[in-house]
Design a protein around this ligand. Structure first.
Ligand code: PLP
Length: 357
């Protein structure tokens, strides 16, 4: 919460977006989709911002992905007409889904026959559905070999108002990959799995598509054989996790959290910032020595964050406090009252914590 009565805009942690870099990231991914003849349906859960959504619209985007019914409502109200809720259908939200389906072209996800059955009996307006496939992330989805469940979902969704749109996945296991080659291998395997499923069902359901979309795969892959639609989200800002995975360069990171330095502790080469888990989340990456890294501290000069001066990493976070290691000469010269920028580990979570309009 912003305190009252303070004029200095950086007196408390501030989520900053570089519009130019953001625009370049959007343009680059939109061009990649165009070059590969893919439907580009970016995930808006990263930014959750109507304004950033408009930057996508300027790049020609008309179809979007969201991760909740409330997010679908937010963007439908902002004029988005083609929305996929890429989260398995929650049977307790069918009323809201009906309201959305009345006004926008809506797609939902099933990974259990009960969801298909539950919606089929209550749906009042035309809607599309994808079957969510688990290609190895093991978070949600039907295993690609489980034809029995796929067929049962298809029969359970037997309403004239429900149209089968195809097979959708999120290969989130790319986030645990150890190399770019491993990410590309996951991408190739994912594409082959979805394509084979589509081949199995295309005769019966002409027009079905394959949809995938994790930022590491979409950023690194040049070819998308077997894929019809991509839905990356994180690429709009990128972050420290993506930098570590090799999905982006530092220059492509479009969001940072500006934090005041509160105290410095030269005896232990550490400093304290106003910036904690409520601003950055507790997401971490693991350093080579096994320690946790909650964000990278970089200089903030003339309203812009700069390249890192060294390994000035956030080593611990509590609710409002962050402690960072002052590795570089620059970090050791910091004084209370100075400003630093934190490159967040996971920009989706940091953006969500600040929730810009
Ligand atoms: N689609 C689904 C179903 C997701 O869960 C996510 C992210 O969690 C995405 C797309 C976007 O992936 P990323 O965050 O890697 O851009």
């Amino acid at each position: 919460m912003k305190p009252h009565g303070i004029k200095d805009p950086y007196s408390y942690p501030t989520f900053l977006i570089n519009e130019q870099i953001c625009g370049q990231n959007i343009h680059h991914m939109a061009e990649k989709a165009r070059a590969n003849k893919l439907i580009f349906r970016p995930h808006f859960k990263t930014h959750q911002s109507v304004e950033v959504g408009e930057w996508f619209r300027r790049a020609g985007v008309t179809a979007i992905t969201v991760s909740s019914v409330s997010m679908a409502q937010q963007f439908a109200a902002a004029g988005w007409q083609d929305i996929t809720i890429a989260f398995p259908l929650n049977l307790r939200e069918i009323d809201a889904i009906n309201q959305l389906a009345e006004t926008v072209s809506l797609n939902v996800l099933f990974d259990m026959p009960e969801q298909a059955d539950g919606l089929a009996v209550k749906i009042k307006y035309p809607a599309g559905f994808f079957i969510k496939i688990d290609v190895g992330h093991h978070r949600a989805g039907v295993l690609p070999t489980d034809f029995e469940t796929i067929d049962t979902i298809l029969s359970a969704a037997g309403s004239d108002l429900l149209q089968f749109r195809g097979f959708l996945t999120h290969a989130g296991q790319t986030y645990s990959a150890k190399s770019r080659e491993e990410i590309l291998n996951i991408h190739r395997k994912t594409s082959a799995i979805l394509f084979s499923l589509k081949q199995n069902y295309i005769q019966k359901f002409p027009g079905i598509i394959t949809s995938t979309g994790d930022t590491p795969s979409c950023s690194l892959a040049e070819y998308f054989t077997g894929i019809d639609e991509i839905r990356p989200g994180n690429f709009v800002y990128y972050d420290l996790m993506q930098l570590r995975l090799g999905s982006c360069r530092f220059e492509q990171i479009a969001a940072a959290v500006v934090c005041p330095v509160v105290s410095v502790y030269p005896a232990r080469n550490e400093a304290l910032i106003y910036g904690g888990a409520v601003h950055l989340s507790k997401e971490s990456i693991i350093n080579a020595d096994g320690s946790k890294n909650f964000g990278l501290i970089v200089p903030f000069i003339d309203g812009k964050w700069q390249k890192p001066e060294g390994d000035d990493s956030l080593v611990s976070l509590s609710q409002e406090h962050g402690i960072f290691k002052t590795d570089s000469h620059w970090a050791r010269s910091l004084k209370p009252g100075d400003l630093v920028a934190v490159i967040p580990v996971h920009s989706c979570l940091a953006a969500n914590l600040f929730r810009i309009a």
